[in-house]
Design a binder for this molecule. Structure first.
Ligand code: NDP
Length: 275
């Protein structure tokens, strides 16, 4: 049996690091802690080692297309593909940040939507039969959806929206945010929320594509919310620990062989949520 492999993006700290820890205990195979910064990645690896947890490391900056392609080649050459991919890397501007909304919109969607989409473009073809793909979205994706105009909500809930249409809508949001017209365009006043709405919808689209294009391969792909977790992103007052935040992503990553759901859903607290 070839060695199985799990890859977690943005896992040098926070929820990603907690996911690596949990997978090391529960996943039968190699687990890759990946980080855009080699020093931060290696420091995280050493902190795990000091707890007696041994993980593998690979440098991966999801905002760098070449970095994504090089990583995909590495996992193909070494493992013949990937068994578990958790797209956890994400950013959020602090509430107090004074950067103009248009800048926040562009930067936030660049990582949370477009770079995660690039990961999926280059890694989905190498996901092995029976593989699991988990996109760490957020409950704010639902809140932002409900704050969109009814026309946008209709598209984001439709079964026929394509990746091209969705990416076009995400670009429109950025353009309208830059000219201060996003509210007239039917968008809410949250760049992070829209980026995560985009990621949840993208997950649903790609799950439908997998069902159509690889119906016998048994791959499951969903988006999830980790809950409100005390990390550098959400701050120390958030109620869940990183280990608790890892539970739902890890549950989806370890759905047993032969499972047929959840697939193409938004999952929180290990339960499928209404979209
Ligand atoms: P943190 O800010 O603690 O960690 C984010 C991680 O993503 C860091 O390792 C960061 O690396 C990495 N990252 C950012 N950009 C890139 C990139 N271009 N390439 C590779 N890695 C990158 O956040 P959390 O752990 O709280 O969040 C993890 C995920 O969970 C995010 O997607 C977030 O949106 C989501 N989430 C979090 C919630 C919470 O309450 N914390 C609630 C709902 C969703 P670096 O250290 O180099 O910056």
């Amino acid at each position: 049996m070839p060695t199985k492999v799990a890859v977690v993006t943005g896992s040098n700290k926070g929820i990603g690091l907690a996911i690596v820890k949990a997978l090391r205990k529960q996943f039968q195979g190699d687990v890759y802690l990946t980080a855009r910064d080699v020093c931060r990645g290696r420091a995280a690896l050493e902190s795990l080692a000091s707890e007696g947890i041994k993980a593998n490391f690979y440098q991966l900056d999801i905002n760098d297309l070449q970095s994504i392609k090089t990583a995909a080649s590495y996992f193909t050459d070494k493992y013949g593909g990937v068994d578990v991919l958790i797209n956890n890397a994400g950013i959020a501007f602090k509430v107090a940040d004074t950067a103009p909304f248009g800048v926040q919109a562009e930067e936030t969607l660049k990582t949370n939507y477009f770079a995660t989409r690039d990961m999926l473009t280059h890694f989905l073809p190498i996901i092995k039969d029976g593989g699991r793909v988990v996109n760490v979205s957020s409950f704010v994706s639902v809140r932002a959806l409900n704050q969109c105009s009814s026309a946008l909500q209709e598209r984001f809930r439709s079964e026929d929206i394509t990746e091209e249409e969705l990416s076009g809508l995400m670009q429109t949001f950025i353009k309208e945010a830059q000219t201060g017209q996003h509210k007239q365009g039917g968008w809410p006043d949250t760049a992070y929320g829209v980026s995560k709405t985009g990621l949840t919808v993208l997950s649903m689209i790609l799950a439908r594509c997998l069902s159509k294009e690889r119906p016998k391969d048994g791959i499951l792909l969903s988006a999830c919310c980790p809950g409100l977790v005390g990390t550098d992103m959400a701050g120390p007052k958030a109620p869940k620990s990183p280990a608790e935040g890892a539970e739902t992503p890890v549950y989806l990553a370890l759905l047993p062989p032969g499972a047929t759901e959840p697939h193409g859903k938004f999952v929180s607290d290990k339960k499928v949520q209404t979209w």
